[in-house]
Ligand binder design. Structure first.
Ligand code: SF4
Ligand code: SF4
Length: 416
């Protein structure tokens, strides 16, 4: 995780040049450019100590998804993604195309009033959006899975009633921006599933904000820390587990103690917050959850083939990999298929996508090719970034493949 000193431990000098990182880096695998591997970037850092920042240097450090794959395989344990963030800290902004989208994301995500305005606009336009055909480009751009379902979620008044009533809060939910504002059916489905674990609906603090991952990834650490403190504060006053249905948000929220490591007042609060975090799939799979498993299995030919897409941030712990598969295995109307070459990055990477759309598309195409190889009816995942990317790229396939958040799929009624 980043600190104020760009290269505090001269970690960039430790590289053994073994090449393990080149076998997993999605950017290298589509470009073949050594400079874009962890090894290549470390070599550049060793030569320049991050001092010279030519356009070529910036370009190299902007072309990283922060997917963490290199760090996971590096025998020296080098945290290259953190060093990329340190480098970006001194860029005015990530270079590349899509400046308007990037600016919109940067201005909108931390501002609840703007996000609420966008959500309101979408609500007003819902009857129009509902008429859009399923394969409309606009629907794909908005990342909507179908006609928008605008179910009412706990509001600020009901939240203060619950908080002041002395009733024990069993769980809380960190929704994430996409599920809170643009596809609320994900949050509604997550609420339903978490409620089925008992003790009622989870509390959703209305003042929660963007997790801050986009700002962190863009090197805007002051803003990332401001959002971290805000979220820590609004979830305090309870020891209830905080369930997080988005893998990218979850991994960034879990990093708050490192992000605030130099802040003696906030670091312990960040650690207490991180202790309460629960990844969505593992939370649901950890105790009995009544799904559709008591239904009689349909004939094999009627079952829907489903692929679970592992988000990069949830690919490195066995329980994150097994839990969603165990949940899907409870649904007799589904048949789980695995892609032939193991999990692949979808190429979204937050601001990487608008900064480098062509590279993002080429990385997505590798993942899509593997998914199409097993001919699924459905694809599901637990990261909203992956969801947006896969909806867009699988939406261009010859046959219709629905892409749903795991919560949406687990609450769906099978067709009879
Ligand atoms: S974080 Fe991912 S994209 Fe960046 S260098 Fe490492 S493997 Fe490549
Ligand atoms: S895996 Fe680690 S040690 Fe090996 S080349 Fe990559 S960065 Fe260097």
């Amino acid at each position: 995780m980043a600190s104020d000193n760009p290269f505090p431990s001269a970690e960039h000098l430790l590289c053994a040049k073994c090449g393990a990182c080149t076998t997993v880096c999605p950017v290298y695998l589509v470009t073949g450019q050594e400079a874009l591997t962890a090894r290549g970037r470390l070599h550049l850092l060793a030569k320049t100590a991050g001092e010279r920042q030519s356009a070529a240097y910036r370009n190299i450090f902007s072309k990283c998804l922060l997917c963490d794959a290199c760090r996971q395989v590096c025998p020296r344990g080098i945290d290259l993604p953190a060093m990329v963030v340190d480098s970006r800290r001194r860029f005015p902004a990530m270079p590349g195309r899509g400046k308007l989208i990037r600016t919109l994301i940067e201005k909108c995500l931390p501002n609840r009033r703007i996000m609420a305005g966008i959500a309101k606009l979408l609500r007003i336009s819902a009857p129009v959006l509902a008429k859009l055909p399923a394969d409309s480009g606009l629907r794909l751009k908005l990342g909507l899975s179908g006609p928008p379902k605008m179910r009412k979620l706990p509001d600020k008044e009901s939240e203060s009633r619950v908080r002041s009533s002395g009733v024990n809060i069993a769980t809380m939910l960190f929704t994430g921006c996409f599920a809170a504002h643009l596809d609320k059916s994900i949050t509604a489905a997550a609420v339903e599933l978490v409620s089925r674990k008992g003790n009622g609906a989870p509390l959703i603090p209305a003042a929660q904000s963007c997790c801050g991952l986009s700002f962190y990834g863009n090197g805007q650490l002051d803003e990332a820390r401001r959002l971290a403190r805000l979220n820590i504060k609004v979830f305090e006053g309870s020891t209830a587990p905080i369930v997080v249905p988005c893998g990218s948000c979850f991994s960034h929220l879990a990093g708050y103690p490192d992000l605030l490591a130099d802040d003696a007042r906030w670091q312990p609060r960040a650690a207490a917050f991180a202790d309460r975090l629960r990844e969505f799939g593992t939370f649901l799979a950890a105790a009995p959850l009544r799904l559709d498993s008591e239904q009689k299995p349909p004939a094999a030919t009627l079952r829907k083939k489903v692929v679970y897409h592992d988000p990069c941030h949830l690919r490195h712990r066995p329980e994150f990999i097994s839990a969603p598969r165990a949940l899907l295995g409870n649904l007799p109307w589904l048949e789980l298929r695995e892609t032939p070459n193991g999990p692949k990055c979808c190429g979204f990477g937050g601001l990487f996508n608008p900064a480098h759309p062509d590279l993002s598309r080429r990385i997505a195409e590798r993942a899509v090719e593997d998914i199409l190889a097993v001919n699924p009816d459905l694809v599901t995942t637990t990261c909203t970034g992956c969801l947006i990317q896969l909806r867009q790229h699988l939406g261009q396939a010859d046959r219709r493949i629905r892409v749903l958040h795991l919560a949406q799929l687990l609450t769906e009624k099978p067709e009879r």
